[in-house]
Design a protein around this ligand. Structure first.
Ligand code: TPP
Length: 332
């Protein structure tokens, strides 16, 4: 079937529009969360994803609902890009019973198996082996599903990262490793954490396909991830992408942290000029795929979704104390 292509790329227009919408949805949701933290309404520690939206979006747009992704402490973007419900996410951030993790997880333990996000964890690198385990089960069941592990550059300092890549490469498992290299692990630059900061090169030692892409360019992320995911579906084994990016906010919370001597305003400005959303938006406007009027309509639609998410959590209650362990442990 003929598919309409965009002018300068080989990505269908529908996909470009979808990715723009997803990135904007993540951005606006996170901006709202930042303001709610400042008002002390949201109490669960939030590691905001603003600046990195192109990565979750580019990867998840290439996935099916039945594919699985595993997330980290910086999980909101992955949840939204995998098709998560803003209402359930907002309710989770307020620890309400109607949240995607039934209000028991908070921001760092976002989970929703129904959308293919079985778990997130604050244990750095903790979900990488889970993604490999799921890929192993897809492999044994002869399913053509793919599993994705999202993790930060800090995870490359953990032993389980190497064990996971080794097993996946050895067994040719359908898993995509996505390293979101935002140059920092908490308050330390990555050069203070890793002996070799060339993460792609580290992954190459496992003899699997690897790529380094501009993580602020959703089209590059999408194209690279799509190819790797299609190969994984065809039993060609795992692959690894290092996405170069930057988080705009500090490690945790709604502040920019440029006054703490950890990073300079110049560095932040440099990356803000490389805003992944503006980059796609400029191109879409230039190519007449998007107009200012249409952009306003999209922004209003997202605002409505966020307002509805807040109204939803307002009507929800917190778990009862007596019931707090429900959904935390497996019930027979
Ligand atoms: C096993 C483990 N060690 C240390 C920590 C403390 N810690 C929390 S987040 C973090 C940094 C993670 O950096 P990175 O993986 O690059 O992700 P980013 O926060 O940059 O997205 C660390 C060291 C932890 N949660 N788990």
């Amino acid at each position: 079937m003929y598919k309409k292509k965009s002018v300068n790329t080989d990505i269908p227009l529908k996909t470009l529009r979808e990715m723009y919408l997803t990135m904007l949805r993540i951005r606006k949701f996170e901006e709202t969360v930042a303001s709610l933290i400042l008002k002390k309404e949201i109490q669960t520690p939030c590691h905001l994803y603003i600046g990195q939206e192109a990565i979750a979006t580019g990867v998840c747009t290439s996935l099916r609902k039945s594919d699985y992704v595993f997330s980290t402490h910086r999980s909101h973007g992955h949840y939204i890009a995998k098709g998560g419900d803003l209402k359930k996410l907002m309710a989770e951030l307020y620890c309400r019973e109607t949240g995607c993790s039934y209000g028991r997880g908070g921001s760092m333990h976002i989970a929703d198996p129904d959308i293919g996000l079985p778990g997130s964890s604050a244990i750095v690198a903790g979900t990488i082996p889970l993604a490999v385990g799921v890929a192993y089960s897809f492999f044994l069941q002869k399913k053509d599903n793919v599993s994705v592990a999202f993790f930060g550059d800090g995870a490359v300092g953990e032993g389980v990262f190497y064990e996971s890549l080794n097993l996946a490469a050895l067994k040719k498992l359908p898993v995509l490793f996505v390293c979101e290299n935002n140059l920092f692990s908490t308050h330390m630059p990555i050069s203070a954490c890793l002996a070799n900061i060339d993460i792609k090169k580290t992954a190459e030692t496992f003899c699997i396909p690897t790529a380094r892409v501009d993580g602020n360019d959703v089209q590059s992320v999408y194209k690279t991830a799509k190819k790797m995911i299609e190969n994984a579906r065809k039993n060609k084994g795992p692959a690894f992408i290092e996405c170069m990016t930057y988080r705009w906010y500090g490690h945790v919370g709604p502040n920019l942290d440029i006054d703490k001597g950890l990073r300079s305003k110049e560095e932040l400005d440099y990356w803000m000029k490389r805003d992944p959303i503006k980059k796609l938006e400029r191109q879409m406007i230039q190519q007449k795929i998007l107009t200012i009027a249409k952009k306003k309509v999209i922004e209003e639609m997202i605002k409505k979704e966020i307002d509805e998410a807040i109204a939803f959590k307002n009507k929800s209650h917190s778990p009862e104390k007596i019931d707090i362990a429900r959904s935390v442990f497996k019930e027979e």
